[in-house]
Design a protein. Structure first.
Length: 280
């Protein structure tokens, strides 16, 4: 299946026309749907980043309803204003205005980044696999252009019914051990199999920083290590870290990385479609 179409339906869709634009029309919605999943994941991240604010809004809103109810309910005769939740509401509003819960929620920002990088990794992998599988289904010459040698057992062939169309992407991922957990290897994979290169820019530097931060958070107790410094050595960014620095993230740091990831995914989508247009 390719995004809702059976193999036969997808093949018929493309084979019904000799116009190369059909290939672009067929693959673009597939890639856009993959990117939409990243958007959905980003909503989850936003919920985590703003959990304290959402919680405060919920409490303040319900206390205000309670206060209004107590003031207008004639069956409840409150003679002292101190028995109303007015002061509690004001205290909570001040906590929200001053972002007083930030120290307690600081760890949430780090864990949100870890989750964001994991989502980005899975989306990049899905874009690669879907693009390879699409082209092997509808371009008989694509597989012949691949220069790398991928070895596999006859058992693997049997598991795929000796038909590698639409499955070559998964086999490449398995045999090449592509993880898509860093920008260098991710770009090398797309360059090797689709023959295009996206020029290095600030967004990629931000993503690389995010991936390095994820490594340090997960594997080095949120402290900068030598791998982090090596990974970010060529990044041209304002944030500067030294060995053994403690990683303390702000909400805006996670949001900036998410924005750069979305821009990169859209750029990858456009490059894939341009490559397809030029090759057909």
């Amino acid at each position: 299946m390719i995004e809702g179409l059976s193999l036969e339906e997808a093949e018929n869709f493309v084979n019904n026309s000799q116009d190369a634009i059909v290939y672009e029309e067929a693959i673009e919605p597939i890639l856009l749907k993959i990117i939409e999943r990243f958007d959905s994941h980003s909503v989850t991240i936003a919920g985590l980043l703003n959990f304290d604010q959402l919680l405060l809004d919920f409490c303040i809103g319900n206390l205000k309803k309670l206060e209004a109810s107590l003031k207008t309910n004639h069956e409840v005769n409150i003679t002292s204003i101190h028995l109303l939740p007015t002061s509690t509401i004001r205290n909570l509003e001040m906590i929200k205005e001053n972002n007083s819960f930030k120290p307690q929620f600081q760890k949430v920002y780090s864990q949100s980044l870890v989750l964001l990088v994991s989502y980005f990794t899975s989306i990049l992998k899905e874009m690669f696999v879907s693009s390879v599988n699409f082209l092997t289904l509808f371009d008989s010459h694509f597989a012949l252009k691949i220069q790398s040698k991928v070895k596999f057992e006859f058992r693997k062939l049997a598991e795929n019914n000796f038909d590698l169309r639409g499955k070559l992407g998964d086999i490449i991922i398995d045999k090449e051990s592509y993880s898509f957990q860093d920008m260098k290897s991710s770009k090398e994979a797309f360059n090797k199999y689709f023959n295009f290169e996206i020029s290095r820019n600030k967004d990629q530097d931000i993503i690389i920083m995010g991936q390095a931060l994820r490594h340090a958070i997960v594997h080095n107790s949120e402290v900068v290590d030598s791998k982090f410094l090596n990974q970010t050595r060529d990044c041209q960014l304002e944030n500067h870290y030294e060995l053994n620095d403690e990683i303390v993230l702000e909400k805006k740091d996670v949001i900036n990385i998410q924005v750069s990831m979305k821009k990169f995914l859209l750029e990858m989508k456009n490059e894939l479609i341009t490559k397809l247009r030029n090759d057909h």
